[in-house]
Ligand binder design. Structure first.
Ligand SMILES: Nc1ncnc2c1ncn2[C@@H]1O[C@H](COP(=O)(O)OP(=O)(O)O)[C@@H](O)[C@H]1O
Ligand SMILES: [Mg+2]
Length: 317
């Protein structure tokens, strides 16, 4: 096993305004896995990625990475773990704008104490592997989104980390560039790295070989539980809609769960969150045009017999 989370909780803020972002998260990942962590916006995905990547600490719980208890390490030890074991890929690439693609990729090797000549050589090789041999001297502003992300992937892999962690890696990309990034991840995984990808997109997640779902700060390893949770979220959304005193048909519409329960569950969770949002909007919408509702139909009745579009020409002749 390459990593294990046990009862991880993360609260933001402190005292009375404490917000739980993760609650009792348990997760075990084997070396060489390709895992997608899926969930709607605000469910705690980035918080979880920050903890997995040793960028942040859990409020409570235990994180074991390659046999080492991460929770007990000093900040300095944590940054060493990041440098040696983890490659990061972010939605917005996070490249240094003043540096060339080559320098960006070589950057982690500075911290690793690799001499300049070797750094540049290895960076050039890494860029070649992501198909950017001819873009070494380009600045990020001179690259497309997909190219920037491939530079970021080359940088993430330059230290040969055991884990590649990606947070919405295709979130800012068009379909074709996204597909290229997914292809690279497959290759990286096939070459032995453990890949953990965070996404809200079921299509993107389906590239992984295993999927877990996060809903409201809780992680579900099994489809049935995630389904249950999604159903609960849906009910809550429906209830919110009811409370507007005008039932939102959308919110109560049953959604059929069929062939691919994992994907469906995550989609449902996202759907439910959206419905809750819509229900809130509905409350607002209903509150405002109270008089418009009673006037509206009369205006229509008083109107002329329907002969629309006649102005456009004699098609109706
Ligand atoms: N730095 C922070 N301070 C306070 N609350 C935060 C912070 N980061 C995230 N949160 C809250 O934690 C929850 C999970 O956020 P996040 O992990 O960013 O979700 P996701 O990546 O799934 O969209 C949200 O309710 C968010 O508002
Ligand atoms: Mg996020």
């Amino acid at each position: 096993m390459i990593l294990e989370l046990e009862n991880i909780c993360k609260n933001y803020g402190h005292g009375q305004v404490e917000v739980p972002a993760l609650t009792d998260v348990n997760l075990q990942v084997e070396a060489g896995e390709y895992l997608a962590i899926m969930g709607p916006s605000g469910s705690g995905k980035s918080t979880l990625m920050n903890i997995l990547g040793c960028l942040d600490r859990a409020t409570s719980g235990t994180y074991i990475l390659e046999g080492e208890n991460i929770s007990e390490l000093s900040d300095r030890q944590l940054s060493n773990v990041r440098l040696n074991k983890i490659g990061f890929v972010f939605q917005t690439f996070q490249l240094l704008p003043q540096e060339t693609a080559l320098e960006n990729v070589a950057l982690p090797l500075i911290y690793a104490g690799v001499p300049r000549h070797e750094r540049l050589e290895r960076a050039a090789e890494a860029l070649r592997k992501v198909g950017l041999d001819d873009r070494k001297e380009f600045l990020p502003t001179q690259l497309s989104g997909g190219q920037k992300q491939r530079v970021a992937i080359a940088r993430a892999m330059i230290n040969e980390p055991t884990i590649l962690l990606a947070d919405e890696p295709t979130g800012a990309l068009d379909q074709a560039s996204g597909a290229q990034v997914m292809e690279l991840f497959r290759t990286i995984n096939a070459e032995g790295a453990t890949v953990i990808m965070i996404t809200h997109d079921a299509n993107v997640a389906s590239n992984a070989r295993r999927m877990v779902t996060i809903v409201d700060g809780r992680l579900y390893d099994d489809a049935a539980k995630a389904n249950e949770e999604a159903a609960r979220a849906r009910e809550a959304a429906a209830k919110t809609a009811e409370e507007t005193e005008k039932p939102a048909e959308e919110a109560t519409k049953p959604v059929e769960i069929t062939a691919r329960p994992m994907e469906e569950a995550a989609k449902l969770a996202e759907e439910a969150a959206k419905l809750a949002e819509e229900a809130a909007k509905l409350t607002e919408a209903i509150a405002i045009p109270a008089e418009a509702e009673s006037v509206g139909p009369q205006v229509v009745d008083a109107g002329e017999p329907a002969m629309p579009e006649t102005a456009e020409g004699g098609e109706r002749a």
